[in-house]
Ligand binder design. Structure first.
Ligand SMILES: [Zn+2]
Length: 275
């Protein structure tokens, strides 16, 4: 199956990030590990505040990434990811939570109608998805590993974004960032079993048995796309980066490749402030 992607790399000094032309009028981006201030093993753009990295380095990394994509660093709102399916509707009262102020929630997906709040989700192999509804300007950011996918977080986030913005799923645009690809994501039967239960037969195109390794290979970005289609997002409005985090340790953070001694990349999106 072939995919069209409108996601390409951008550069500002040493910082490299990815952005989608489907989202061209909205500050957004998928970070890489390049262009940050952190030292080993977080070198160099680590956007995870709770990974043992020096606080001042993480803050500087946020300043650089937000500066590059045009987001307001003082008002970032960070997800607290627990591999569940809570979608939080973020308001101005949440500005700065997770980086500058404590979080009082756990949520793997953030959505908002408020301008000027950079919604942020993280990964080091799991799927990260940005959403927007162009008419109202509503935006969302979703963390979806295989557990989140099987739990329905993608469909739930699209539905809640539609409810919030009084839109139809056909109006939603989605961009899927870097995550582990089918060559590297090998699992036991628990993952395909969960996907079959959640998505039925339409999931089966996205995993196959590798007899050499006695493991399943799972196509996580393909499954996320399947979830977006089920949610009603038109295929032409779904953008997949399709760069595998584990295949590109020079570019991305990968839990499979690096274990716990590593940083995280982020997907961030902000509804623009009124001109
Ligand atoms: Zn790979």
């Amino acid at each position: 199956m072939s995919f069209v992607t409108h996601i390409s790399s951008r550069r500002a000094e040493k910082l490299i990030w990815y952005a989608s032309t489907l989202f061209s009028d909205v500050p957004h981006g998928f970070s890489t590990r390049l262009g940050g201030a952190s030292e080993k093993p977080w070198n160099s753009l680590n956007l995870g505040p709770n990974r043992g990295d020096e606080r001042a380095h993480v803050e500087e990394n946020y300043r650089r990434f937000c500066g590059a994509i045009g987001a307001d660093v003082e008002r970032v709102v960070l997800a607290k990811q627990v591999h569940e399916t809570t979608v939080r509707t973020v308001t101005a009262a949440d500005a700065g939570k997770g980086l500058w102020r404590p979080r009082d929630y756990a949520a793997d997906a953030l959505i908002t109608m408020e301008p000027g709040l950079p919604l942020t989700v993280f990964s080091a192999d799991c799927g990260i998805i940005l959403l927007r509804e162009p008419e109202s300007g509503a935006v969302g950011a979703v963390h979806a590993g295989w557990r989140g996918c099987a739990g329905g977080i993608v469909e739930k986030a699209v539905a809640e974004l539609c409810k919030l913005s009084e839109a139809e799923p056909g109006q939603i645009r989605a961009a899927v960032g870097p995550c582990i690809g089918p060559v590297c994501f090998t699992t036991d039967s628990d993952v395909p079993d969960a996907m079959r239960r959640a998505l039925g037969r339409s999931s089966e195109a996205h995993f196959e048995y590798d007899y050499g390794r006695n493991k399943w290979r799972v196509d996580l970005p393909g499954l996320i796309r399947e979830c977006l289609l089920r949610a009603g997002v038109p295929a032409a409005q779904i953008d997949l980066l399709r760069l595998c985090t584990a295949c590109h340790p020079e570019l991305f953070w990968s839990h499979r490749k690096m274990g716990e001694a590593r940083g995280v990349q982020a997907a961030m999106i902000m509804k623009p402030s009124a001109p």
